[in-house]
Write a protein that binds this ligand. Structure first.
Ligand SMILES: [Zn+2]
Length: 92
């Protein structure tokens, strides 16, 4: 490759590189997440919603889910747990 491929991003969850164009879910574009991990998150999100009995019509509940979303993709450290990569910053 001679020129930088701006469409390639590194997944913040698994570390794999993926083609940004392969993301078709608009919500997934907020995070550097590969399609596989995004699918994993959507499955996990349903579990979180069921477990925490989240109601997506309530702003506070949407906020709670967003927090889990950020933790899932490593953009926010889980409460009460040490961050494994304190130097790591989400790339934009
Ligand atoms: Zn991934």
């Amino acid at each position: 490759m001679t020129k930088q491929d701006l469409m390639t991003r590194t997944c913040s969850k698994c570390g794999k590189t993926f083609d940004e164009k392969s993301i078709d879910d608009a919500a997934a574009e907020k995070y550097p997440s590969c399609p596989d991990c995004w699918r994993e998150w959507t499955t996990y999100a349903v579990m979180v919603m069921n477990e925490m009995r989240l109601d997506m019509s309530l702003p506070e509940h949407r906020k709670a889910l967003r927090k889990h979303e950020r933790m899932f993709f490593g953009l926010e450290k889980p409460e009460g747990e040490l961050q494994k990569n304190p130097e790591k910053r989400p790339e934009d």
